[in-house]
Ligand binder design. Structure first.
Ligand code: RET
Length: 240
């Protein structure tokens, strides 16, 4: 049965589990006393993000979230499918937070979330594809295309809508948007240089550690920056 090999891989998955759990508890404790419904909305969205990741990391750390995929020409790869289950739900929630903050209209939010689900879905197919390295990399390219389109709308349309928000809200949006654009762009690089593509320039332990650091920054770091600005959250109304 597949299970994480001891060492950097297992340690990273346990740090991820504990880090996400602590993030969840922290956001929950901080949100408990919030009674402005508009502000509560951010807490509801933001608490689920590390909560989903915590169970996904727990599944990976205990070996459930891992399968072996036999790929023609590459042999057997260890694939953490649980990552994709996590990302499928948490990345739309991160975009929803950004959309609420930007006061973005529904069409913009749906466009971004649609591209995002497409990106994670095609990334998962690439991770599970058995037909050979070339096919896996083609799926990676399709997924990366969706990411590029997503970033185009995030930096274009959504930013344009955010610029109509009051000053502090716009500034907070700008910080979180930059953090998101930067961190999200690193994921496909880790994937293609790592074991999933079969290139394995980055070994599985280092890859697991890299995804853990990225995930903690993109979820807990993001949530921390967002939720600490209480006054900004209540000023950011008028979405939808
Ligand atoms: C995959 C597959 C290969 C191509 C691309 C990918 C993008 C993944 C991204 C994930 C973001 C995850 C976050 C998690 C939460 O913390 C799926 C690796 C483009 C952008 C932000």
């Amino acid at each position: 049965m597949a299970s994480p090999t001891m060492g950097l891989e297992a340690i990273s998955l346990w740090i991820g589990t504990v880090g996400m759990a602590l993030g969840t508890v922290y956001f929950l404790a901080k949100g408990w006393s919030v009674d402005d419904p508009r502000e509560q909305e951010y807490y509801i969205v933001t608490i689920f993000i590390p909560a989903i990741a915590a169970v996904s990391y727990f599944a990976m750390a205990t070996g459930y979230g891992l399968i072996e995929v036999d790929v023609t020409g590459l042999g057997t790869l260890d694939i953490y499918w649980a990552r994709y289950a996590d990302w499928l739900f948490t990345t739309p929630l991160l975009l929803l937070d950004l959309g609420l903050l930007a006061g973005a209209d529904r069409n913009t939010i749906y466009t971004l979330i649609g591209l995002d689900v497409f990106m994670i879905g095609t990334g998962l197919v690439g991770a599970l594809a058995t037909e050979g390295q070339l096919f896996r990399i083609v799926w990676w390219a399709i997924s990366t295309g969706a990411l590029i389109a997503l970033l185009y709308f995030l930096l274009g349309e959504m930013t344009e809508q955010a610029s109509k928000q009051p000053g502090d809200v716009g500034a907070l949006f700008g910080r979180l948007r930059n953090l998101t654009a930067l961190l999200w762009a690193i994921y496909p690089v880790v994937w293609v240089l790592g074991t999933e593509s079969g290139l394995a320039i980055i070994p599985l332990g280092v890859e697991t550690a890299a995804f853990m650091v990225l995930d903690l920054a993109a979820k807990v770091g993001f949530g921390f920056l967002l939720l600490r600005s209480r006054s900004v959250l209540s000023a950011a109304s008028g979405h939808g």
